[in-house]
Design a protein. Structure first.
Length: 142
């Protein structure tokens, strides 16, 4: 089984997230989506999520093509979750630059070497959580 991991906060699941996760799924045959912990979301986004981690996790679990959804590590960027699942590929969103830099260093340190793939954006001018949460009336969310 070729496991693939995708990471995110997923505060309001929208078409951009679905595109990201569909593309991630194409990298293997078992998609594990890691949802950021509440305590880490602020460090990632610079703001608290609208929904708590359990609600955000449930929002990912109900997506039919997601094979498994889990909460991320309690300590941000500890990458224990990667050691546990040992994916063959890790999909990163187009805007996860900080994650990629720390991830590459840590993977080397951990001796884990999955393929890292950056997924291109899907209409980021419309489907970006900061725009949706900011009140854009034209954006569709699910």
């Amino acid at each position: 089984m070729k496991k693939v991991m995708a990471f995110g906060t997923f505060d309001v699941v929208h078409e951009g997230h679905l595109h990201y996760l569909r593309e991630a799924k194409k990298l293997g045959d078992y998609l594990i989506v890691v949802v950021a912990r509440d305590r880490n979301s602020f460090g990632i986004k610079g703001r608290r999520p609208r929904h708590n981690e359990q609600i955000r996790l449930l929002g990912i679990k109900i997506i039919d093509f997601v094979d498994e959804a889990v909460l991320g590590d309690k300590e941000m960027r500890s990458w224990e979750i990667i050691q546990k699942y040992r994916p063959v590929a890790i999909a990163l969103g187009y805007d996860q630059w900080k994650t990629e830099v720390s991830l590459e260093k840590e993977l080397d340190r951990l001796g884990v070497h999955p393929l890292i793939v950056r997924i291109p954006p899907f209409m980021p001018e419309q489907f970006k959580a900061s725009r949706i949460l900011g009140g854009s009336k034209q954006s569709k969310t699910i």
